[in-house]
Design a protein around this ligand. Sequence first.
Ligand code: LMR
Length: 396
Amino acid sequence: LFSAITMAPRDPILGITEGFNADQNPAKVNLGVGVYYDDNGKVPLLECVKKAEAILMEKFAPRTYLPIEGLAAYDKAVQELVFGADSAVVQEKRAITAQAIGGTGALKLGADFLKRFAPDAQVWISDPSWENHRALFESAGFTVNNYPYYDASTRGVNFSGMLNALNTMPAGSIVLLHACCHNPTGADLTDDQWTQVIAVVTTRGLVPFLDMAYQGFGDGIEADGKVVRRFAEAGGALFVSNSFSKSFSLYGERVGALSIAASSAEEAARIMSQLKRVIRTNYSNPPIHGGQVVATVLSTPELRQLWEEELAGMRIRIREMRAAFVSKLKEKAPAHNFDFVTQQRGMFSYSGLTKEQVEKLRDNNSIYAVDTGRICVAALNKRNIDVVIDAITAVL
Ligand code: LMR
């Protein structure tokens, strides 16, 4: 059985962390994975999380199984965060939300659910997209295609190409869209462009699947969540995966959710009954701790306020790093224009570095980035930025 098994390639993102962890150079820098580090180079444990954990610790609650769809308080709080407590879809009980094992788990639940009920549909992801999108939908049994998205010449979105592709997809096609902070490019659509996308998706009967892994890292929680609400208002089937890995710095707790908006409460109940079968046959029911922490923070006004402040702090620090990155490169490598880095949103910069340059950064300086040139700006800090700038200058 095992003799015929060949070695699989390393994961394009998490494989970089494996290489980084094995690197003995004390000056190494990991700009590969999408993780926020503070100015001391540490993954923060948010104060709101510490306070919620202190509340939970005092209860010494038993660890029984959660319901298949997760902690009710968590699902409710997440649904209200995603769609808005006063939105029609929530008020009319047309939405369902199930706790998931991170954003990736939410995508996989959605993919498995869709494969059961739309087995012949094809999936369309942006070119480029998060590396795992293709692998994940293919592993659920779908054919995955690309729609045009990034235009390297303008460092922005090839919007006419994207719209054209949406206009020619067969009805029922599943379209994966990044709700905010596009991963890997950092290039988002404008409000006006979203209006056009929502119109095409709705009138042509496409199935939107919004991936919202970076809410709060663009312009703020409300602003970044706006697209999801606009899709929900437009009606029609809607899938939303969201994650608290980054926004709560709870990576290892694996806290995310899948929400689905339907056209009636009765339809929503049927959807939930089937989604529970998908969950039960995957991992039975989700873990308790991370969900309890997030539910406690979101439903306790002082903690929620603290969370919003802490998230704003992360967002602002990333912006400062973008500005410092651009100004330092202007000084060290004046022949190259990196101004676009301050326009990009979220944790990443699609830097334009080639695969060869990324390899040189790794081999010569132990600076790790994704082969596509994606770098995690949220991993830069006042101590490592000069080393990174000098190394980039050398490979340019
Ligand atoms: C990333 O894009 O680096 C993150 O979403 C982490 C991951 O799971 O790939």
